[in-house]
Structures are given as structure tokens and as C-alpha cells.
Unconditional design. Sequence first.
Length: 726
Amino acid sequence: MGTGGVPSGRDPPVRGELVHETEHTRVTRLFVAGHTVIRKDPLGPDGQRRVQHESAMLERLRGVAGVAQLVETPRQPGSIMMSDVGDTSLAGLARPPSAGDLIALAVQLAQAVAGMHRRGVMHRDITPANIVISRDGAPSLVDFALASSLAELRPEFTHHTEIVGTLAYLAPEQTGRTARPVDQRADLYALGATLYELATGGPPFGLGDPLRLTHDHLARVPVAPAQVNRAVPGPLSDIIMHLLEKEPDNRYQTADGVVHDLQRVRDADPRAAAQLRVGECDVPLRLLPPSRLVGRDEELAVLGAAFEDALTGRCRGVLVGGAPGVGKTALVDELRPVVTGRDGWFVVGKFDQYRRDLEFDASHQAFRALGRLLLAEPEDELAEFRGRMLTALGPNAGLLTAVLPEFAALLGVPPEAGNPLTAQARLQSAAVQVLRAVASRARPVLVFVDDLQWAGRATLGFVDLLLSGEPVDGLLLVGAYREDDVDAAHPMATPLARWREQPGVRHLRLVNLPGPDLVTMVAEMLHVDPARAAGLAETIGPYTSGNPHETVELLNALRRDGVMTAAADGWRWDEAEVRRRLRRSDAAGMLEAGLEAMPARSRQLVETMACLGGRAELSLLQTATAVDTVEPWLVPALDEGLLVMEAGVHRAVRFRHDQTRAVVLRAMDPHRRRTLQLSVARRLAEVPELFAAAAEQYLPVIGAVGDPAERHRVVGLLRAPPARQR
């Protein structure tokens, strides 16, 4: 542990003591005027961004008990300054706490998590090492580097060695291997894993091999703490096991519900505590779609059978059609754990209706994701994959490395596009050859291409090659498309007719939920008995026609309007008031009213998002809006579930559903939209890396550009090179 003088900007130098250092972070204790403070310095090229992010999260948590607190002095530019609560973490306890101390500690921890969630922050990495015990014995949550706004996150399917967070305490949905979004309930799983370790001496599934831990979080049920350590009270053991439920819908929904049950155990005599019913006062504060898909058992069986048949080359692909919001994407996402169970790779790409640059090409996205997965493989296995791909690609290896940066690193071949007249056909063939070289029964690959109705001819040609070519053991292509968008004149119509007759290609058509399934969905969203939900489902049915997405949006609109309210015993509503409200406005109208009620800058960000496409990296949003830090202004839209965060190296945000984006665009009058797109285009055109996005924004408003010099620049932007077209 080192000591020495630490420069402190405009304040005089102070003595410092090194507490902890890794390649990413340095933590120092500073001795200042009779007391100590903690200085945290994120290291590396993105250090400043991480300082801004963590500081913003901690700023929102000022005054929350049991959470690290910012201090104003001494000032240290580029650092995070926090109060010093001690340096003994729960991971460093000399011996496990007694049952009484454990319950008291659990209450304090749950209260800290509840306070954090009430401020709209989720930690995403609750572990014993990130809980410091103060000198008076009180716990304090630290290390908010991975924290985010209290919104849904969609983790990418990454290599098991690159999953973000501390794997021994990570909720199943945080692995990216389930079809579930990540929200505040992931913190509750991590809290359960932490309490499990305090109760038993080790995390639920131990430490060590990432692949085994990932599998255990997904599939194994841990031994109850009371069976491992008989000193643990049965009710406390039940609470911990309820926190560790695999399905988010089946575990605690709120930290307040955990606090209620823990206080009952702490304050009641043992006989009364034994009568505890876990989760009886645990009402979700937001209305989320059910974790499990309702009414899709037959379709799931078809998909599962298709994947099993693909392992032996008996199925090339599955095409899933249906109306917007019917659940096509959610259905295919259910294959994530199935693919994981076979040690396979699930890669996905999604087209955008309004964007034609390469970033929004679904096949491009899927292959980049596959490249990242391959690069994370051990070197000996990577060398084997590299050899097979180079043999299969032959002279087209340089074309692939010219288009896909991950494959440039993977193959080590100089980029060489070759003849531009044949590049598109050769690239389609090369993509198929890569999949043939990589996929196998032992390591299957599922490629999911979403919103295929917006694909260009290049991707449709690639799909056609894959579905009509020789089948490959372990390779399955799944495409989802909107049936009503594909009429006789659509570019997809001819190949789709051919695919319908193609052996080894299966077809699924999703329709809206019938009445009984709609009742089940509403009951599971509200966590009430189906009998209680039946009347509400019957009332909203005519307005949603059983469409799952529209059902979720309508119920949340009723919640925002105060027609549905959360109480200690569950959600309450008056069906007569629901009917009156629905007669005045539909879900889209309620959503538009919610947008109008947002702060002006938040609404502008959502509208800019809608113009940019269904998804945008936060750095792109900052440039497009000239707002230095956009995340605080996104909070209202994230809180309402209009937007979903995407975790990763390049943090991004996207609309929960394309229909939400469509409503936002419809709500903008033509003049407002034209003005916004023009200002966005001008800002993006100042950054060479964003020229393609600038061209997309200029295209519909080119008539509003009056300055000849600007028109000349716009013409140059619109002459995009062929490599950036679909």
C-alpha cells in the first residue's frame, strides 16, 4: 500500500494512501483536514467518460442511506470524490455473521437497494466485494461503474468470458442467454446471491469456470441456505431462495417487498416468522410484459424442433410472419437458452425502415456479432476456425476483411475488395462460406434476421443462397417479417414464394392472442388471479384485438393516467373508469399525451431518436442534439418503458418497439419534423464518421436547403460509396 502526496487541482496537495488498483481503476484514500475521503480514478482511454457516467449516477443518489456519497472537497478534476466509510468489504469478513447479525445486515442492504431503485438507478454489480462495512457496522454499496438508469437493458449474446458483471452473482438474464430483459429485478438476484454467500460461506454456484457458472445460473437450483448451514433460519432461507428465482417474474419484484419480509423475520418471534409468506406485499411499480411468452407453446415447439433438426442438417431455416407487435422477435428470442444449452452461438441483426447505411443492415450486424464471439475463443480453437474459414473463402477473404473489421482481426488478411462489379455477389457467397466453415453439430450457429421486410436485395440474395443451398449440420437461419408489408410488388415477394416451396424451410404465422390467453397475459402482468383480470381483459380486448405489444402499451398508458394504481395488496382499477378513459383516447393517443408531458429536452431527444432510426448510440445522440450528457434527459422515456438501454462497449438506446417510434413520428407535425431533421443533419455532417447518418437525415428535407454551398455538400454526402449500401 503506497503513500505520498497527491496533486489536487486548485486545492493544496494532500497525503494519499493507495487502497486498490487494477488496469481499469485506482482507488486512493486522501487525508484531508482531520478526516479522510476516497478518490476513484477510472483509468484507460475511456476514463473520462466513465468518470462522467459514475458521477452522474452518484449525483442521483445523494442522501440515500447505505450508498456511496459524493463529497465536494477536495476538488480533484477527472476523479470521483466520495466519503470514506471504511475499507472492509463483505468479501473480507473474517468469519460469517451470526443469524441475528445476518438478518440485520440483510435489512440494511435491502433498504439501500430500495432507496437506490426509488432514485431510478440500478447497480448491476451487487457483490460482497462491492459492499463496504463502515466502522459502526453499517453496509454501504460502492462501485457504480456499471450502474444505469432504472430501465430495461438488452444485453448482447457475448462470449461467456466477456459477460459484463461479476458472474458468480449475476442474474440469468444478465448473461444475454435468456429472452429476458434486464431491469431492477437483476439487482435483487445479485442481492440474493450475496446474502447466500454470507449465510453459507460461498456464492450459490461457487466460483471458477465462466462456462459452468453461466450454465448453473440458467439451469441449476442452488441448495437452500438452511440445508447448507442449519444455523440459518428457515424464513430467511426462503427469502434468499425467492430472490434467486431464475425467472424475473417469479422472484421478488421490488426491493421494498424484500425489506417488508426481512423486517417481519427480524421483528417476529420464531413461531410467527415461520408463518411468513414470501412476497405477499411485493407489488411491481411498472407494468412489464410477462417473462414467459403467453399462448405460444405450439410455436415454441415448432421452433425448438427446427433447431434440433438443424443440428443434423434436416432444417435450413424458419420464417416467422405476423403483424407488428404480435411477438415475432420475442418468440425467436426464446431460442437463446436452447442454443446456449448446445454450446452454440446466437447472433442477431435487425433492419430499420428508414435507415439504409451499413450500420442498420441486419446481416452486417449479425456477422460482426459472430466475429466478436469468434475472437473471444481460446487461441487454439480460434486457429482451427481461422484455418477452415481461409480455406473456404479462398481469394474472397480480402473482400470479407474489407467489410467486417472483426474478420480483419480474425483472419489476418489484407482488405482487398476486388472487382466492384462482382463484389456484391462474391460477398453473399463469402458470407455463406463463413457460416458453413464455422457451424457444426458441436458448435451450432443460429442467425436471426429481424424485420426482413425492410431488407435490401443484397441481404435477400444472401438469405436465398443459405435457404436454397446444401444444408449444413448445426446451422439455422431464422427470419421474421411483417406479412402485411409484403405485397406482390415487394422485393421479398418472389423469393418468399420460392422459400415456401423449399424443402427444409419451415414457416410460422403468429396471430393475436385469443380471449383466454389475453386474460392470462393481463393476469401475469398485474400479478393477480386470472379471475380478477378477466373483466379488465374483456374491457381492453376490443381496443388491442389481443395484440401483445398494444396490450402492454395500453395498460401502461392507463397506469400513467392514474386509472390503474399500485397498492400494498396489488394493482387496483375501476373498470367503469377504464371504459370511460378508453372511449376518449386509444393507446397511441395516451402515448402522445405522455410525450407532451415530458420535459422539452427529453421530448426532443425522443423525437431525434425517432428521426435517427430505431436505435442510436449515446455518442451519436449527443452529436445530433448538441447535448453534452444525454442520459439524464432520457430518464423519463426510459422510466416509462418507451426506450430500452443496450449495454456494451458502445452504450446505445433503442425504442422498445417499432410501433412506439411510429407513434412518435406521427405526433410530430411536418414542419417540426423537417426543422428537426435539418438541424440534426447539419450537426452530423460536421463529423466525417457520421456522413452516412447525415445523408439519411438530409434526404427527406433536401428541398429545405437553400444555400448553394450547403446543397453542394449535401450532394457529396448523398453519393455514398457502394460499400455502404445494402
